[in-house]
Ligand binder design. Sequence first.
Ligand SMILES: [Zn+2]
Length: 113
Amino acid sequence: MHELGVTESIAAICLKHAQRNHAKRIVKVNVKLGDLAGIVDHYVSFYWDMVTKDTVAQGAELNFIKVPVAAYCRKCDEEFAVEEFDLTCPKCGEADTELVSGREFLVESIEIE
Ligand SMILES: [Zn+2]
């Protein structure tokens, strides 16, 4: 279970941001989470309450923005949504493609007071 580690990382980013901006408390944190990141949001939420206890982030809402898996075709410049791990291009049928999104796990924005 690596969710504890990533949750601690998110909390550290938020607390640093809050300190830099002299925030009284953190209201909401938006986190981008790709379908391929291999992170279960439910566990992150669970650890979030634990690691933010007695900090300015305590009680802050953790909002996950799900990022679908998308790929790009080098042959025909098509960008498409990947379903069922199929990386072949739906337009030209080639497999000369690369993932462009889906592995994200990052803090997108932090709302403070
Ligand atoms: Zn193509």
